[in-house]
Design a protein around this ligand. Structure first.
Ligand SMILES: [Ca+2]
Ligand SMILES: [Ca+2]
Ligand SMILES: [Ca+2]
Length: 430
């Protein structure tokens, strides 16, 4: 029996090492890579305190720059300047507090899908390994509960809360709005896809739809079920069909989540460079009560062991999630270091995929939405509790794994939704 796997990663040696293995562990999802592009500089211009975005736009215009987007959350504009000299002059102008590179970030390459489920389950979609059973075999279970959903104890708490009323935004490649096992309440596109139309948040890659299913695939008689099947799902498209995007579009999504009062933002993405504008966006959003859940990263095998947690997971205002396997062992690819908060299932995760499909994926990208879903369940059950309190309770009730106490691979441990929800009944002491 072969499982359908996809080997996802934009760049790098990890792809080769992960995919060369005989075990079905494969390339991490959602790895953002920085790259300065050729051509006119794309920057994030942050205004001085007290300087309005209109005034800042005037300074940009004087350098013949173009404003692409307002980023009110950090009092900044995403801009394109004619050349580096203009960027330097803008950086020195009285209106500008700081100029950051709007780095091009990369997430994924499209995975292979298992479509239609379950006739492809045993490798039927692989032309080199045709199925031995007729593809018309009836499914044995109309709905499969993915192992990760069971492992975090979600199915034990659904009588109490399925996340109804809690809004989760998936900041990613979009979500397939027509997937029959997903109910997407709305979304927005900040990428240049389809001329930058705001309504073009359809997933043209697959990553975002997979992540969304782990958060909130519907509890019905088909496909899979997510951790918070009644949560309200929104798509914010910051990554295009190649799985890449502008950092400013990720920030725009965080801004959009704050403006709309969403409870949780899932960011199965990461960069290996610090950009102050991203940190400020996360810090301001957390202060506004948004729970920011981010992957730890998939650099656990790199040459910087013990210090490989990605941004924005690396910031204290976000929850950084490591990936465990079905034996509760940390995945070899899971980035680790002092910033890991908690762990969740992230190896061989079955979830939704575009065109009514399902796919199995691995990566801290797959672990992160388990945590986002858990927080949605908690928030829905105890809406009066603050984001800081919910985050603290989820960490405190995690199942300790590895070395005793917090450690730099598992963080506080594997999240445990029944224990977290029980603790939430007591609230937090101020
Ligand atoms: Ca379902
Ligand atoms: Ca963090
Ligand atoms: Ca431990």
């Amino acid at each position: 029996m072969r499982r359908v796997i996809f080997c996802l990663m934009a760049l790098g040696l990890l792809l080769a090492s992960a995919c060369a293995e005989s075990t079905p562990v494969f390339g991490p999802l959602g790895q953002l890579q920085q790259g300065l592009r050729a051509g006119p500089p794309r920057m994030i211009a942050v205004g001085q305190p007290g300087v309005s975005l209109a005034e800042l736009g005037g300074a940009v215009a004087r350098e013949r720059g173009q404003v692409r987007r307002e980023l009110a959350l950090i009092n900044a504009l995403a801009v394109t300047l004619p050349d580096r000299a203009a960027a330097r002059r803008l950086g020195n102008s009285a209106a500008v507090f700081r100029l950051d590179e709007d780095v091009r970030v990369w997430a994924t390459v499209p995975p292979g899908a298992c479509t239609p489920w379950p006739s492809c389950k045993d490798g039927g979609d692989d032309p080199e390994d045709p199925p031995t059973d007729p593809p018309t075999d009836p499914p044995t279970d109309p709905q499969e509960t993915p192992w990760g959903v069971t492992r975090v104890g979600a199915d034990q708490v659904w009588e109490q809360s399925q996340g109804s009323g809690a809004a989760v935004v998936v900041i990613d490649t979009g979500i397939d709005p027509n997937h029959p096992d997903l109910n997407v309440a709305g979304g927005i596109n900040f990428t240049r896809a389809r001329g930058g139309k705001p309504s073009a948040w359809m997933d043209d890659n697959g990553h975002g739809t997979h992540v969304a299913g782990t958060v909130a695939a519907l509890d019905n008689d088909r496909d899979v079920v997510g951790v918070a099947p009644a949560a309200t799902l929104y798509a914010c498209k910051a990554l295009d069909r190649s799985g890449s995007g502008d950092l400013s579009d990720v920030i725009a999504c965080i801004d959009w989540a704050v403006q709309n009062g969403f409870a949780v933002a899932n960011m199965s993405l990461g960069a290996n460079v610090h950009v102050q504008s991203l940190q400020d966006a996360c810090d301001n959003a957390a202060a506004a009560g948004l729970l920011l859940v981010a992957e730890a990263g998939n650099d656990g095998d790199t040459d910087t062991p013990g210090d490989s947690v990605d941004y924005p997971g690396r910031y204290s205002s976000t929850i950084a999630v490591g990936a465990t396997d079905i034996n509760n062992a940390i995945a070899h690819f899971s980035s680790y270091g002092p910033q890991v908060d908690v762990s969740a299932p992230g190896v061989d995760i079955l979830s939704t995929y575009p065109d009514s499909g399902l796919a199995i994926g691995s990566g801290t990208s797959m672990a992160t939405p388990h945590v986002a879903g858990a927080l949605a369940v908690m928030k829905a059950a105890y809406p009066a509790l603050s984001a800081a309190c919910l985050r603290q309770l989820l960490a405190d009730t995690s199942v300790d794994l590895g070395p005793a106490g917090w450690d730099n691979r598992y963080g506080h441990g594997l999240i445990n939704l029944p224990a977290a929800l029980a603790a939430a009944a007591q609230g937090c002491t101020p």
